[in-house]
Write a new protein. Structure first.
Length: 150
């Protein structure tokens, strides 16, 4: 219990020093800095809002965007789900349809991984291979479970 109290106190002190550091970048010093830090950290809600905005660069989500976000995610799932299913729509024989599904899905995973790497600044080839491997493992697990329970 003593250690837990120490860790909580230490965490609080570290968070207070982060507030001081952020505000000092805006030119506050000395007693003015101490006064503002004390004012912010004395109210839990105000302190949380401050840290969300200035430390994490996060804004409170706009409730009006919920529908747009949900629609975007839904559309992405539908489009993403069509990639492995499309061969089964156009090819009546299961064996060749499965092969085409694996090929189409692998190409899509490589492409998505490459694009993800470009946007995140990670090596694009590495990102493409990681996405392919993770997708292959996930689809293999799903295929195996479906086969096991059928």
């Amino acid at each position: 219990m003593k250690r837990e109290a120490y860790e909580i106190k230490h965490l609080r002190e570290r968070e207070i020093s982060e507030v001081e550091e952020i505000l000092s970048e805006y030119g506050l010093k000395g007693s003015a800095l101490k006064t503002v830090v004390k004012s912010i950290t004395s109210n839990r809600e105000r302190w949380l809002k401050f840290m969300m905005k200035f430390e994490l660069n996060l804004e409170r989500p706009d409730p009006k965007r919920a529908f747009i976000s949900a629609s975007t995610i839904s559309l992405a799932y539908i489009v993403g789900g069509l990639i492995p299913l499309a061969p089964y729509i156009f090819i009546s024989d299961i064996g060749p349809a499965l092969k085409m599904s694996v090929i189409a899905t692998s190409i899509a995973l490589i492409l998505f991984g490459w694009i993800k790497g470009r946007f995140t600044g990670v090596n694009q080839g590495r990102s493409a291979m990681q996405t392919l491997i993770i997708g292959a493992l996930a689809s293999s697990a799903a295929f195996g479970l479906a086969h096991l329970f059928s």
